[in-house]
Design a protein around this ligand. Structure first.
Ligand SMILES: NC(=O)c1ccc[n+]([C@@H]2O[C@H](COP(=O)([O-])OP(=O)(O)OC[C@H]3O[C@@H](n4cnc5c(N)ncnc54)[C@H](O)[C@@H]3O)[C@@H](O)[C@H]2O)c1
Ligand SMILES: CC(C)[C@H](C(=O)O)[C@@H](O)C(=O)O
Ligand SMILES: [Mg+2]
Length: 368
């Protein structure tokens, strides 16, 4: 049997720093668990632009289509802020999502016990929190046409279009209902049906899929602005949330901070099954390239490490190994290890990115 294949696209800023820690964990699985991956690496984002004049070379896109899973670090940075939109680092990531047709973006927000004190919310509001945001990732206002900056009379007008077809809503709704069934059978759908036609359609379609295919799942609907408010008021009322591309972008950053730091939140972007039965998949932390701390050894690698745990679970059917890795992360946090983003105002001595990665590997060793 051939080894499962992984394409690593570490990207820009802290991307390569956090990915180096994931490499240690991939190596650990090879040497200690006999689970070897065929790993290849390539460029995405600003570093790809620097080399090729494009944030994602066609050859890299082709490789991404062939492998079992892609692991991505982060893209972007101030150096590229003034580039034309078509070659900005972020376009590389958006192209991967679109051409791999990764329509269901799973963004869990879990509050580790050891960090409950660290959230900006009160401890009892976040302790034990475990929610899953399913963000539609290949459509909506991110991709709708027309788009652009146009001349209209004496001034310019910027246009983006929110657009959803029924089938796009149906497939992401099914992903969310399936997840809800594996968790606590509760799904909340968020849109703005009070002001947007695309929201009206979204609500109707999600309700129909629920009524006809998932009558056992308790379905509720909420306007996305109220959803943001409820997520900060009492987040534990939610289990699975399904929402569109833009609202999902905002709500998942909000949910990340409930757990203490953006440096903690992983994600899985999944598409339709390939010929081998595995879904098309890309795994990446929710955070970006963090230019303010890049190159200083300060980045928290946990979001990227937990993204690899999601790969073990969703691409490679290794749920028990994913549990092992998540428990190893839990252990290092319980032991008090903190990167700088997890230090309170009282301060203390943070560990470096690399020390955090090493500690996770040591905890994995201890799990055997
Ligand atoms: N998936 C991605 O690649 C992705 C996601 C979001 C933003 N971006 C891009 O990243 C660049 C910077 O964006 P931004 O500053 O709005 O968001 P960001 O997520 O990079 O950073 C926001 C804040 O969180 C901190 N932070 C983020 N990840 C951290 C980690 N692992 N450990 C410790 N602290 C961490 C940063 O230091 C910063 O203060 C932009 O070019 C943006 O487009 C990329
Ligand atoms: C970098 C950017 C294109 C991306 C998005 O807006 O989707 C990011 O914010 C995310 O959340 O993955
Ligand atoms: Mg975002």
């Amino acid at each position: 049997m051939t080894n499962p294949s992984l394409l690593i696209l570490a990207g820009d800023g802290i991307g390569p720093e956090v990915m180096a820690e994931v490499r240690k964990i991939i190596d650990w699985y090879g040497t200690r668990r006999g689970v070897s991956f065929d790993v290849s690496e390539d460029l995405v984002g600003g570093c790809a632009y620097d080399k090729h004049g494009t944030p994602l070379h066609d050859d890299t896109m082709a490789k991404a289509q062939e492998v079992d899973a892609v692991l991505l670090g982060a893209v972007g940075g101030p150096k590229y802020d003034n580039l034309d939109f078509s070659v900005k680092p972020e376009r590389g990531l958006l192209r991967l999502r679109k051409e791999m047709d990764l329509y269901a973006n799973l963004r869990p927000a879990q509050c580790f016990d050891a960090l409950a004190d660290f959230s900006s919310l009160k401890k009892d509001v976040v302790a034990g929190l475990d929610i899953m945001i399913v963000r539609e990732l290949t459509s909506g206002v991110y991709f709708g046409e027309p788009r652009g900056i146009f001349k209209e009379g004496n001034e310019r007008v910027g246009i983006n279009t929110q657009r959803y077809t029924e089938s796009e809503i149906e497939r992401v709704a099914r992903s969310a209902f399936e997840l809800a069934r594996k968790r606590s059978n509760k799904l909340c759908s968020m849109e703005k049906a009070n002001v947007m036609e695309s929201g009206v359609l979204w609500r109707e379609v999600v309700q129909r899929i629920g009524d006809t295919e998932y009558p056992d799942v308790e379905l509720s609907h909420m306007y996305a602005d109220a959803g943001a408010m409820q997520l900060t008021r009492w987040p534990k009322q939610f289990d699975v949330i399904v929402t569109d591309n833009l609202f999902g972008d905002l709500l998942s950053d909000l949910a990340a901070m409930l757990t203490g730091s953006l440096g903690m939140l992983p994600s899985a972007s999944l598409g339709a099954p390939m010929a081998n039965g595995r879904p098309k998949a890309l795994y990446e932390p929710v955070h970006g390239s963090a230019p303010d701390i890049a190159g200083q050894g300060k980045a928290n690698p946990i979001a990227c490490v937990l993204s690899f745990a999601m790969a073990l679970r969703y691409s490679f059917d290794m749920g028990a190994e994913a549990d092992r890795l998540e428990k190893a992360v839990e252990k290092v946090l319980a032991d008090g290890l903190r990167t700088a983003d997890l230090m309170g105002p009282e301060g203390g001595a943070p560990v470096t990115t690399s020390q955090m990665g090493d500690a996770i590997v040591t905890a994995l060793d201890a799990s055997l």
